[in-house]
Ligand binder design. Structure first.
Ligand code: C2E
Ligand code: CA
Ligand code: CA
Length: 255
């Protein structure tokens, strides 16, 4: 595991960077938003993905520092993309910290980014410890017009009770269900989740879309947004600039 010193120095030496993954409309041609995903350009090891260092970040109590770094960088980059929604992942530890909302709002305002264009992606484990204060926290975020996406929907335990209670604006269907949409049971679950989301007035995004067949299925099923390698892997900010400046030409094939 990485030591605290290694992580702090990565932050101080600006070795972290963000990749942005497009979120597109179901036709696959229009960019609606981007999700910021953190990476580490390690001087010796080369690029390291978040799954290989986020655990250490949490363990060394650096979630807040990393979260603030990601938020600032993402908001600054996304100032160039006024037509897009910016989605940023928030770790459960970050979310549970005192004055999380106040500090987040202050950080975003410092960058000049519009709070109403920001969406936070949160997993349900963030609510386990204290659902009542989590609900208050989410309502506080909503009062600034910040979007709230429930990430990895479907793989947890009690998503339905959280859905009823918490003021989400979006559901993100986990990749594992999208992978198997050719199988009857997964297809039925995806249909049900989209219907549930729509009935609750939420937008629904499907993650990990890799094939034209999956796109076709999700489009017909009524998913609002799609995200996955079929459209684009997470890319550097400059590539988002390029996609937007070539906006008249479709970025991907449609099903
Ligand atoms: P996530 O939020 O569920 O992000 C989606 C992950 O799926 C990303 O992996 C993305 O690159 C990958 N992905 C997207 N489309 C496809 C596809 O079509 N096929 C496949 N096989 N994979 C796809 P990544 O970037 O490695 O991030 C992994 C996880 O690390 C994220 O899962 C998120 O939980 C966490 N993470 C990433 N950046 C941040 C961050 O800035 N803050 C926090 N707290 N967590 C982050
Ligand atoms: Ca996410
Ligand atoms: Ca996810």
């Amino acid at each position: 595991m990485f030591s605290r010193e290694q992580l702090v120095s990565a932050l101080e030496r600006d070795e972290l960077f963000l990749a942005y993954q497009p979120q597109v409309l179901p036709d696959g041609t229009s960019l609606a938003g981007v999700e910021a995903l953190v990476r580490w350009q390690h001087p010796m090891r080369g690029p390291i993905g978040p799954k290989d260092f986020l655990f250490a970040v949490e363990a060394h109590g650096l979630s807040d520092d990393l979260g603030t770094w990601v938020l600032k960088r993402a908001c600054r980059d996304a100032l160039r993309w006024p037509s897009l929604t910016l989605s940023v992942n928030v770790s459960p530890t970050q979310f549970r910290k005192a004055r999380f909302v106040e500090r987040l709002v202050e950080t975003v305002r410092e960058t000049g980014f519009l709070l109403t264009r920001l969406e936070l992606e949160i997993v349900e484990t963030a609510f386990f410890e204290d659902p009542a204060s989590a609900e208050a926290q989410l309502r506080h975020l909503r009062s600034f017009g910040i979007g709230l996406a429930l990430d990895d929907f479907g793989i947890g335990y009690s998503s339905l009770s959280y859905l009823r209670r918490m003021p989400f604006t979006k559901l993100k269907i986990d990749k594992s269900f999208v992978d198997d949409v050719s199988m009857m049971h997964s297809a039925a679950i995806v249909h049900a989740v989209i219907a549930l989301g729509r009935a609750l007035g939420l937008k629904v995004t499907a993650e990990g879309v890799e094939t034209a067949e999956q796109q076709q299925f999700l489009r017909v099923a009524g998913c609002h947004y799609l995200q996955g390698y079929l459209f684009s892997k997470p890319v550097a900010a400059a590539e988002i600039d390029a996609i937007l400046s070539a906006a008249s030409s479709p970025m991907v094939r449609s099903a």
